[in-house]
Ligand binder design. Structure first.
Ligand SMILES: [Zn+2]
Ligand SMILES: [Zn+2]
Length: 124
């Protein structure tokens, strides 16, 4: 089943569309996700990477994940809102931040990652 997914940043300059992927949406409490979102965890929905169209002033930041794999975090260059995350480890997927969706109310996490890294003020 393929589902059409759309979203964008806070200022509206950056927008994306793509097809939902079969992988599980996840909530992650790791320190990378905390720093990249400015809050206690990330909520990530997988899309098929081939299907992603990302338009607007997007900057991609390259980092090394805990696994050692290169990982990219894309955000709007104008307002700074986080948009996507991708990794060489899962080359057929790109994850979008659930709060950037045009219809975030349909999102629901199916996996919880690194709950042991959660901050006291943001418990799983
Ligand atoms: Zn923006
Ligand atoms: Zn994480």
């Amino acid at each position: 089943m393929t589902q059409r997914i759309t979203g964008g940043c806070h200022c509206g300059a950056a927008r994306y569309r793509g097809r939902g992927a079969a992988a599980a949406p996840f909530r992650c409490y790791c320190r990378d996700c905390q720093r990249l979102t400015g809050t206690g965890h990330a909520e990530m929905l997988p899309l098929e990477r081939d299907s992603l169209h990302l338009d607007g002033p997007v900057t991609e930041y390259r980092m090394t994940a805990g696994s050692g794999a290169p990982t990219w975090s894309a955000f709007c260059a104008t307002c700074g809102a986080p948009l996507t995350r991708r990794s060489d480890r899962m080359s057929d997927l790109v994850y979008v931040h659930a709060a950037s969706l045009h219809a975030p109310e349909h999102y629901s996490p199916e996996r919880i990652l690194y709950p042991e890294a959660a901050q006291r003020w943001d418990r799983p």
